[in-house]
Write a protein that binds this ligand. Structure first.
Ligand SMILES: NC(=O)c1ccc[n+]([C@@H]2O[C@H](COP(=O)([O-])OP(=O)(O)OC[C@H]3O[C@@H](n4cnc5c(N)ncnc54)[C@H](O)[C@@H]3O)[C@@H](O)[C@H]2O)c1
Length: 288
């Protein structure tokens, strides 16, 4: 895109972390902002701060697991600002557990419903009008390095994020053929300092009780893994670095947004293993 000034960005998961930083970044570029999040108080605080900074802001409490809610968001965006130019399907949660311990299917479903179906619903609700209006625009789907490589214990999350990568690659090819004014990017960060390790705050009440019980009965290894992930998130890069990378990708129509240089060898290593027929190995590190 040549300029963002006066154009409109829609961001899901905008009340915290990467989504909130994207809102500030795009606000500084002169964009109208449409913010969505499931956490109402945090969304109110974020909207107020962005309004106080002088940006035109609209917000809506949306659970991205619900197509109708995302369609209502799309209608709100169009009603207030007409055309949408940047869509960030960013809302997401961590968690999900191991594949060998699939007794908590509801938790898997919760993660995949948000992290993958939320992105699918975002595309379904917003793409038709974005294609139709014909102005330059861009879709940014938030995946993860967990969408480019797997890690024990992160089954549901990786399944969802691989899905987001596949969806985004497919969409990018389709748009380059049918609607080249619509750019597509997939954001694949490793660890970023956000509230993601506390994703359980957004669990529905019945699932929250189950998860708390599981945590109380967690093996020392599971508890250590959870602490390890929290520490990696805490030691992650800043959201500003991620927002700058997203801005750069939108302006230059770059598909891949890899924010961590030290994770590139993992991608290469995995590709090499595939073509050389080497079985998966555990390679979890701070740059996963
Ligand atoms: N932080 C990291 O290390 C990291 C790494 C790779 C990818 N990501 C991805 O970045 C995205 C943003 O996460 P973050 O790290 O900023 O975490 P975060 O917890 O700070 O922000 C996520 C936001 O999504 C919202 N959300 C959760 N469920 C929702 C739902 N059902 N509907 C609408 N909104 C919902 C939360 O309320 C929160 O405001 C996620 O997709 C995440 O998977 C994060």
């Amino acid at each position: 895109m040549d300029s963002l000034n006066g154009r409109t960005a829609v961001i899901t998961g905008a009340a915290s972390g990467i989504g909130l930083e994207l809102a500030h970044r795009f606000g500084r570029e002169g964009m109208n902002l449409v913010l969505a999040d499931v956490e109402a108080p945090a969304l109110d605080t974020a909207s107020a701060a962005l309004s106080d900074a002088g940006y035109p802001v609209e917000s809506m409490v949306v659970d991205v697991r619900e197509l109708e809610a995302i369609q209502a968001l799309e209608a709100l965006a169009r009603e207030r600002f007409t055309n949408v130019h940047v869509l960030c399907n960013n809302a997401g949660v961590g968690g999900g557990g191991s594949v060998a311990d699939l007794d908590n299917l509801e938790l898997w479903k919760w993660v995949i419903d948000i992290d993958l179906w939320g992105v699918i619903y975002g595309c379904k609700a917003f793409l038709p009008a974005m294609i139709e209006h014909g102005e330059p625009c861009h879709v940014v789907n938030t995946a993860s390095m967990a969408g480019l490589g797997s890690t024990p214990g992160m089954g549901a999350y990786s399944v969802a994020k691989y899905g987001v990568v596949a969806l985004s690659e497919t969409l990018s090819m389709e748009m380059s053929q049918d609607a080249p004014q619509v750019g597509v990017s997939v954001l694949c960060p490793a660890f970023v300092r956000t509230a993601i390790a506390d994703s359980g705050r957004n669990l529905p009440d019945d699932l929250k009780t189950q998860v708390e019980e599981r945590m109380a009965n967690a093996s020392p290894e599971q508890a250590a893994m959870s602490d390890f992930i929290s520490a990696l998130v805490e030691g992650g890069i800043s959201t500003e670095i991620v927002a700058d990378a997203v801005h750069d990708a939108v302006m230059n129509n770059n598909f891949w947004i890899l924010t961590h240089d030290d994770s590139r060898p993992h991608v290469l290593g995995r590709a090499k293993s595939i073509v050389e027929g080497i079985n998966p190995k555990i390679g979890f590190a701070s740059n996963n």
